[in-house]
Design a binder for this molecule. Structure first.
Ligand code: NAD
Length: 477
């Protein structure tokens, strides 16, 4: 069985210890990764600084962009292999992993073509002066990534940071590091100078904590849970280092009777089934106008009953969840729903031929959930949709905003005035009207408000987050 290594300063280094990688479809160990800690993080940050002082720092923006484009091409060349790794490691149906791989390549392409298009300004000032601004990299940026969409989340943060000229240290999630390792090998093949891209695998409380507290880091991009995000921000604050926090969500889908109900129901079910509900921006609460509630929940229930759950390579609607802890967490919420007498409106089916030992849960639709109930407030991070009745537009806005989170919102109505009124009042970083893209496209700025975090990734706006603005004032008379 293969034991993977760290990638630091352009060299592959054995770990002093290792960790098992478990296949979620059957619960079996499938590989081992190196268990890095403060020593490896120190070496990676030092390698990043050496790259900035050397070949990487000397490249102009166009040359950096070309390297990103070369990496995008290599990701596309190896798409099937990368998708297979991601599918096996995360437990994603292979079709969903293929889409993630295509998105990863697209991030490197998007930011590769953007690298030389970030301009400063000249600013009118006193007579005899010319003042200009320039965007400069933060230096060495840290990237701490969760297990649910490794390829996509690495793509969106690492590609933007590299485009702006930072050297990166990536710490993928301990459960799902295999696609990150494959990407590091492709970055090496693409010709990134040693130290521009560094990868340290290991546990969050060891490698992740060492990275977020490291005094040599200029910025931390963290995607993960709200609890760990607060730890990362506190650690970075001791060095006065900026952080981007992409955290959890409890995003509402608000449905009115005048909407295209067939499209709404299909999109809402697909949005929560995707990646077994382990999507930060999943629409996990559906707020339904009272008059529509019986008809629409019946439609949702029919679609939930049709969802099929199976191993990643069976490529059904829903794969296993990532690990036993996640499976137990979701089961606890479902037990709570039963204990409190909430109506279970429908469940999907786990195939009889799934491997034993995998982490499977049945997609579940729960009706008439009081907005203040734990199931309507907390991020379950599984294929569980809670339905809530709302009287009117005002109540929909109130309930939509009545959780600690604010990541994404979906609004389904033919009344564009109503849709825009809600869009302006709902607390979230993205709003989709009569469509819903969990996370949105590569081109669309994405991020949270409230406990869903701060800062923006994706889109052109993300580039400014990975750079620092310098003002140069020249007195020339
Ligand atoms: P997590 O917070 O447990 O782990 C995320 C990453 O942080 C992992 O790499 C982990 O090793 C590391 N980590 C853990 N403890 C750490 C510490 N003390 N210091 C530094 N790093 C540490 O999250 P998870 O369980 O992997 O992912 C699920 C969560 O991520 C959900 O809440 C989900 O909503 C959120 N998420 C958010 C987005 C977004 O873009 N907003 C995207 C995907 C996932």
């Amino acid at each position: 069985m293969e034991t993977h290594r760290h990638y630091i300063g352009g060299a592959w280094r054995d770990g002093a210890a290792s960790l098992p990688v478990i296949n979620p479809s059957d619960g079996q160990e499938m590989a081992r990764i190196a268990r890095g800690g403060p020593a490896e993080i120190d070496a990676a940050v030092a390698a990043g600084h050496a790259a900035l002082a050397g070949a990487w720092g000397r490249l102009d923006a166009t040359a950096r962009g070309r390297l990103l484009l070369r990496l995008a091409d290599l990701i596309r060349r190896d798409a099937e292999r990368l998708a297979g790794l991601e599918s096996e490691d995360v437990g994603k149906p292979i079709g969903q992993a293929r889409a993630d791989t295509a998105a990863c390549a697209r991030y490197f392409e998007y930011y590769g073509t953007a690298a030389d298009k970030v301009h400063g300004e000249t600013i009118p000032y006193q007579d005899g002066y010319t003042v200009m601004t320039v965007w400069e990299p933060h230096g060495v940026t840290g990237h701490i990534v969760p297990w649910n969409y490794p390829l996509q989340i690495i793509g969106r943060s690492v590609a933007a940071a590299l485009a702006m000229g930072n050297a990166v240290v990536l710490k993928p999630a301990e459960d799902t590091s295999l696609s990150a390792l494959a990407l590091a090998a492709l970055a090496e093949e693409a010709g990134f100078p040693p130290g521009a891209v560094n990868l340290v695998t290991g546990l969050g409380e060891e490698a992740g904590a060492a990275l977020s507290a490291h005094p040599g880091i200029g910025h931390v991009s963290f995607t993960g849970s709200t609890e760990v995000g607060a730890l990362v921000q506190a650690a970075a604050a001791r060095n006065a280092v900026p952080v981007t926090l992409e955290l959890g969500g409890k995003s509402p889908q608000i449905v009115f009777a005048d909407a295209d109900l067939d499209t709404a129901a299909a999109t809402i079910v697909r949005g929560i089934a995707q990646n077994a509900g382990q999507t930060c921006s999943a629409g996990s609460r559906v707020l339904i106008e009272d008059s529509l509630y019986p008809r629409f929940t019946e439609d949702l229930a029919r679609r939930f009953r049709a969802l099929r759950v199976g191993a990643a390579d069976q490529d059904l609607d829903v794969g296993p969840v990532v690990n036993a802890t996640q499976q137990a967490r979701i089961t606890r919420y479902l037990d709570l729903a039963r204990r409190d007498g909430l109506p279970i409106l429908a469940e999907g089916q786990i195939g009889t031929n799934v491997p034993t030992g995998g982490f499977y849960v049945r997609p579940t639709l729960i009706g008439d959930v009081p907005p203040e109930h734990v199931l309507a407030q907390e991020e379950i991070f599984g294929p569980v949709l809670v339905a809530i009745r709302v009287r009117d537009e005002a109540e929909a806005i109130r309930i939509a905003n009545a959780t600690p989170y604010g990541l994404v919102a979906g609004i389904w109505t033919a009344d564009i005035g109503r849709a825009l009124r809600i869009a302006r009042k709902v607390a979230s970083g993205q709003v989709f009207i009569n469509n819903y893209g969990a996370g949105g496209g590569i081109e669309l700025p994405f991020g949270g408000t409230k406990r869903s975090g701060h800062g923006r990734e994706k889109g052109f706006a993300a580039l400014y987050g990975f750079a620092s603005l310098k003002t140069i004032a020249i007195r020339h008379g």
